[in-house]
Write a protein that binds this ligand. Structure first.
Ligand code: PGA
Length: 204
């Protein structure tokens, strides 16, 4: 895994956005896998800043439909789209304080493709900030891309900032490869870049 050290959140966002823009310049019709969560927001803001001429065609964006209660059908639909597009060229990821990537929570085994997951209590807690701090409103389950899909992306870009991510970053980068820390599997990815600030790297 290649590690790029950033001074702070803004620097991390800019460096990550640079890598994504390089990907788009190299392959204008590339397939980008874009993560939810707070960490990539600055990266997206930087990309919008640079672009600022037009919008991404919404018809070319694909999200799992979290309101579809037919889990099997929704997972198959989303997997089908990824396969039809020929896989992902660049997958952007945050990492949870418990080492999750996407919403692949720590567990007994690596889940392969899109699946519905019960969110870990720490993830529900962390996501409260997106729901006015009201835990009752935070979804307890989520659809997530699976580990196999992430690992098949041709390039993986992980962003992390802040002390709260330091242990997860350490475990993912230097710990054993184990589903107990889903991010650790990225050690086996042939083209994975971690862009992290000083605090997130402080335990390495
Ligand atoms: P965060 O979460 O970016 O909101 O901190 C990271 C993640 O859950 O992947």
């Amino acid at each position: 895994m290649k590690i790029i050290r950033a001074k702070d959140y803004q620097d991390m966002s800019r460096k990550a956005a640079n890598i994504i823009s390089a990907q788009v310049i190299m392959k204008p019709d590339c397939v980008l896998g874009l993560a939810t969560g707070g960490t990539p927001v600055g990266t997206y803001a930087q990309l919008v800043d640079w672009y600022n001429k037009g919008d991404i065609d919404p018809a070319k964006t694909n999200l799992p439909d979290g309101t579809n209660l037919d889990t099997a059908a929704e997972c198959a639909r989303y997997n089908g789209i990824i396969h039809k597009l020929g896989g992902i060229d660049l997958q952007l990821l945050g990492i949870g304080p418990n080492g999750h990537i996407g919403f692949n929570e720590p567990g007994e085994a690596f889940e392969l493709e899109t699946h519905c997951i019960d969110l870990a209590p720490t993830t529900i807690e962390a996501n409260k900030r997106f729901f006015d701090g009201n835990e009752a409103l935070v979804p307890k389950q989520a659809y997530t891309m699976g580990i196999k899909t992430i690992m098949q992306a041709r390039k993986v870009l992980v962003v992390a900032n802040g002390k709260a991510k330091a242990q997860a970053v350490k475990d993912a980068v230097t710990g054993p490869v184990t589903p107990a820390c889903p991010g650790s599997i990225l050690q086996l990815h042939p083209d994975c870049i971690l862009v992290a600030d000083e605090e997130a790297l402080s335990l390495l």
